[in-house]
Design a protein around this ligand. Structure first.
Ligand SMILES: *[C@@H]1O[C@H](CO)[C@@H](O)[C@H](O)[C@H]1NC(C)=O
Ligand SMILES: *[C@@H]1O[C@H](CO)[C@@H](O)[C@H](O)[C@H]1NC(C)=O
Length: 332
């Protein structure tokens, strides 16, 4: 790794090439993000990886920037050493950047620093978060998951975004001599390769469907995609090409609760499901006929769920009017 001033870099010239930023919360050194990056590039897209150097799971949309010019401890898997710059790109590929930021801030780091200063400010067509190591289902992940946080941050900026999450939650270094992406590049049952193939399929489908529309997705809208267990994670490699299905965020969605352990005197977390968390499953928006993604993308279904979300958190007009009435006595 190094950090120095780059001259403006030529970018892909294919007519259908999209300018894509990819990030995650498990770091730039994981197998999943590397496989997705390379597959999107091979499909002809102009891809920029700008992702955290430290594990940022559970950070949601938190917006933390580097506070020092150098790293105080080694990056994930020792990928970058303590004392190296807090952000930089790989010597062999200047489209691969690490940064000491949270995922949402990494997107801004890409849009507001890397792209304008090093890549002539090319317009970004799509931001991809993930694939995350572990599923991200239901609205609760919108305050918890850093991978999802990167995606709704991008949508808030007006850039189409998709968060991808995998059922397999193993934390894998892309250079691991046995389980890594580099050694498994051509392995058809390697889960990260299967996620990557499905990502290219969805991105290219959106590109084709939009016709003359400059946007891949409507303004203020993003997608949340969850993959089941795939490839070598499934007995007899029975799921190498999961089918995409429609879903919604709510419906069987979970929320956390505090659980106090009297024996150990320590706090832990429990998960509350479905009817125990009626608020999150009220289905105020969205299509109630679609299956909740919590159910649709269950690990062993060989189905990948796609939910459509918006970053408009206002209650719809009918609910707003109904609620407004309740506090009208204090309104001027
Ligand atoms: C492909 O990757 C999986 C998961 O790491 C592994 O179990 C399997 O042995 C690999 N296959 C080959 C041919 O290397
Ligand atoms: C509570 O703590 C004890 C002692 O550490 C432990 O053995 C037990 O498994 C814990 N119970 C739960 C439900 O986590």
């Amino acid at each position: 790794m190094k950090f120095s001033t780059l001259t403006t870099v030529a970018f892909a010239t294919l007519a259908s090439a999209l300018n894509i930023v990819i990030t995650n919360d498990d770091t730039f050194a994981t197998a999943n993000i590397r496989a997705a990056y390379h597959s999107l590039k091979e499909a002809g897209h102009n891809v920029f990886m700008v992702a955290p150097v430290y594990q940022q799971s559970g950070k949601g949309g938190t917006f933390n920037l580097p506070t020092k010019p150098t790293l105080e401890k080694d990056g994930e898997f020792g990928s970058v050493k303590a004392g190296q710059p807090a952000w930089g790109y790989e010597e062999e590929d200047n489209h691969i950047w690490y940064t000491d930021c949270t995922p949402a801030a990494s997107v801004s780091f890409a849009l507001d620093y890397v792209i304008p200063n090093f890549f002539a400010g090319v317009p970004i067509d799509l931001v991809i978060g993930g694939p995350n190591e572990g599923v991200n289902v239901g609205p609760a992940v919108y305050t918890l998951s850093g991978t999802v946080g990167s995606s709704y941050y991008a949508v808030s900026r007006g850039i189409p975004a998709i968060a991808f999450s995998a059922s397999g939650d193993e934390h894998i270094y892309y250079k691991d001599p046995v389980h890594g992406y580099e050694i498994n590049k051509d392995n058809a049952t390697y889960p990260a390769n299967i996620h990557a193939k499905k990502i290219v399929e969805l991105v290219n489908a959106l590109d084709k469907a939009r016709g003359d529309n400059p946007r891949l997705l409507p303004l203020g809208v993003g997608l949340n995609v969850n993959f089941p267990l795939v490839g070598s994670e499934v007995e007899n490699n029975a799921c190498n090409n999961p089918e995409y299905v429609n879903s919604r965020l709510t419906g069987g969605a979970w929320q956390l609760r505090v659980a106090f352990n009297e024996t150990s005197g320590a706090f832990g977390m429990n998960i509350l499901l479905g009817d125990q968390v009626p608020g999150i499953n009220a289905a105020l928006n969205g299509n109630p006929n679609l299956p909740g993604e919590t159910i649709a993308s269950a690990a062993n279904t060989c189905k990948a769920s796609i939910s459509v979300y918006s970053v408009d958190y206002d209650a719809n007009i009918q609910l707003e009017e109904e609620t407004r009435y309740l506090f009208k006595s204090v309104i001027a």
